[in-house]
Design a protein around this ligand. Structure first.
Ligand SMILES: [Zn+2]
Length: 478
């Protein structure tokens, strides 16, 4: 078949009383995208409003009738719909649609993948299969209705394994106070830049195990904080649909800020930081080959000191061997870098809080209000399930993005409020990660050059090259 030149797009939204344009607009957009992808041009939109194509409805569908007239008359040569059930939910009607399609040789496609450019026999089977499946899904949805209702009322799914923080057998309706307390302590640690490993050690030291009796691992701790239930968030088919009416270990806001913390830890810069023993390891790069230098204790002629070297015997984080040409005393470098960090912290002006923070909060509130109204309209039976879920999914994604941005803005302003200098000057072992975070806010990386073997003179200051985070050109000499 040739490429259609005049496509008719049929969009339909049912039982809509009050300006629920969103559904129709989104159907139309998806259909237009499909046409664009295939190089088809759109001739006309047939927007059917406030009617139902269900098996029980006897309502006339004027736009559908007009579209079929146009297709038969050759005014349009293709029909595109969002999904089969937008076109019709009655098998008889579909069958006659397919017969007419064959007789008048217009093309037909849905954004869900059914397409008549393949052999028509296979196409009919595919579509019939899709319809049957659609019916099955709708049946499943009705069965799920009771479950959904529970969740709409803020009651969590009663099944499933026991989860840390909740009382056994309470169906996630009652908290285990001791475990909730540990989750909250762990939460405080995580937002203060401690690692999930630290939380796992703390939980083990308090004599707890996972609900299945296993020793805490980093993964198990992350699972507790990644679970939406921990934040009292109710999900349905993977969609966030609201807040639990029962108590939860963390609030939604707290849960969301933990997600931001965990996401941030997944970046390459943070990886492996749990193993670091030296405040500048990871920041030092070989001036000859750019490999990350190692820091190690060494004892030579009875004297123990720390050295940093380009490692030519073991593959580094980037998978390659170093050149082995640079080997320096670490403490000398530490003294230089400490001066730089301290000077930077002393001159640092507190950053004014992000101006967009308040606006974001307003946007979040607005999105929440829209979801509330949508839910109200659906509960009053003024919207069909599928339109509701369609719009809800869209709004939820939007809301989640806004909340992540908001949590980021809050986290950023909290970071500037903490006294970085006090953190920096606390040289205790358990403060190492926070000190490294302070370093990361000042120093991007340090290139270390060789000063030659057996050199007795103190090194020249330009034997290291410090790139500061704020330096625009990416390098600044000390
Ligand atoms: Zn090297």
């Amino acid at each position: 078949m040739a490429k259609p030149k005049r496509v008719g797009i049929y969009v339909r939204i049912s039982r809509d009383r009050k300006g629920q344009e969103l559904g129709i607009k989104r159907q139309e957009r998806a259909c237009r995208e499909l046409c664009e992808q295939r190089g088809w041009s759109v001739h006309k939109i047939y927007p059917e409003n406030d009617t139902s194509a269900s098996t029980t409805s006897r309502k006339q569908r004027p736009q559908y009738a007009e579209m079929m007239r146009d297709a038969k008359a050759g005014v349009i040569d293709a029909i595109v719909v969002y999904s089969i059930d937008r076109l019709t939910r009655r098998i008889a009607e579909l069958t006659s649609f397919l017969e007419e399609q064959k007789a008048y040789a217009f093309q037909f496609a849905t954004t869900e993948g059914e397409d008549t450019s393949t052999a028509s026999g296979r196409m009919i089977l595919t579509i019939k299969g899709a319809v049957a499946q659609q019916e099955t899904e709708r049946m499943a949805e009705r069965i799920n209705g009771a479950l959904l209702q529970r969740r709409e009322q803020g009651k969590p799914h009663a099944g499933g394994k026991r989860q840390f923080g909740f009382k056994a057998g309470s169906h996630f309706q009652e908290l285990n106070d001791e475990e909730t307390n540990l989750i909250r302590l762990g939460y405080e640690m995580l937002v203060r830049q401690k690692s999930p490993g630290d939380v796992s050690r703390m939980w083990s030291e308090r004599g707890t195990t996972t609900p299945q009796g296993a020793t805490w691992t980093i993964q198990a701790v992350k699972r507790v904080y990644r679970s939406q239930r921990t934040g009292g968030i109710i999900t349905y088919k993977g969609q966030d649909i609201g807040d639990s009416t029962y108590p939860s270990p963390l609030t939604r806001k707290e849960w969301e800020s933990v997600q931001v913390v965990l996401d941030r830890r997944a970046t390459p810069a943070a990886q492996g930081s749990g193993k670091r023993k030296h405040v500048y390891s990871g920041f030092l790069k070989c001036g000859h080959c750019q490999a990350t230098m190692r820091v190690q204790w060494a004892t030579i002629q009875g004297r123990t000191f720390r050295r940093t070297f380009c490692n030519s015997s073991q593959r580094g984080g980037n998978g390659g061997l170093g050149c082995g040409k640079v080997n320096r005393k670490y403490d000398w470098i530490v003294e230089r870098l400490n001066e730089v960090v301290e000077a930077a912290l002393l001159t640092r002006q507190p950053t004014p809080p992000a101006a967009s923070h308040g606006e974001l909060t307003d946007e979040v509130r607005e999105a929440e209000e829209r979801i509330r109204l949508l839910r109200l309209r659906w509960k009053e039976g003024r919207m069909e399930d599928e339109d509701y879920f369609d719009s809800l999914t869209h709004l939820r994604v939007q809301l989640q993005q806004l909340r992540t941005r908001e949590a980021d803005a809050v986290a950023a302003s909290t970071r500037t409020e903490t006294d970085a200098l006090a953190v920096w000057r606390d040289e205790s072992e358990e403060n190492l990660e926070r000190r490294r975070a302070v370093v990361a806010s000042v120093i991007k990386e340090v290139q270390v050059f060789s000063i030659g073997r057996g050199c007795r003179k103190p090194p020249e200051t330009d034997s290291i090259k410090i790139a500061l985070v704020s330096a625009e050109s990416g390098g600044q000499e000390e």
